[in-house]
Design a binder for this molecule. Sequence first.
Ligand SMILES: [Mn+2]
Length: 314
Amino acid sequence: MKYDFSAVAAELSAAGSILILTHTSTDGDAVGSSVAAGLALKAMGKTVSYVVEKDKYGLDRFLEEMACFGEPLLPRYDLALCLDCSTFEYMYGNENVSRCSRTAVIDHHKTNTGYGDVNLVDGTSASCGEMVFELIKYLGVPVTRQIAHALYLALSTDTGNFLYSNTSSRTFSLLSELYAMYDDYYLIADRMKFAPREALELMRVGLGSLLISDDGRFAVIRLIYETGYSERLNITSDSLLDAVRYTEGILVTVLVRQTGQDSFKISLRSTDDAYDVSELAAAMGGGGHAKASGFSFQGSYGELEKKIRDYYGF
Ligand SMILES: [Mn+2]
């Protein structure tokens, strides 16, 4: 057994009522881990409530349990079960932890601060869902179709559909176990491709305003009021960024999103080892990694563009 579940399992069996919480800006691992753990605990006869944000994929049609996310809370719980959340501050609705007598944490972020009474943290797990899957097996709870779908969602999200560098043979052996039980995960995978209608307009504004340096190596996506961007389009720009950054020849992609009259949020992506975009981010008071980083800027768009052009020399 990869994990030592004894401390967490002791907390779970002692508790009659459990409140499940996870991180802000919900994602598939947060939702999937919560639903899978919640259903398993209910099957054990526990009273379970959730403080989890509704997802953005419309997955509630596959995971009926998500209808419980908005249910009113009890005044007290025996245990807070915090999943996939590295710090207490980053937890969605963390004020509700005060309703709980004890706190148990299960997380795969190696930076987890250990804010629980018991903490099971494993930085080598690709998703929190992997840990929850093993926990459910440890507890001996049958994996229903909905639990399996929730686990698939978690495993698939945090590995970028099993493509990121964190994907391991263990991920695939857990996946293989899931496929041995059920085989209709394409329903979830298909649904995850859907985006809100605003995504098309964001794509139109972003590509319509695209600025490419003469040598073709630098691209600036201008989501600013001047090019037709508005607060209504404040949705994820991941697919827009990916469409540009994975274009042959483009080495650095800068996405500028206007957040106010004189304020901007800038995302930087590099697809070439010669460009460490965290250097520009750090110079501008932000941070991140060599291939993906970001910063905020106060001032006019003109000043910002000049700073970026001067820095990279285009
Ligand atoms: Mn995660």
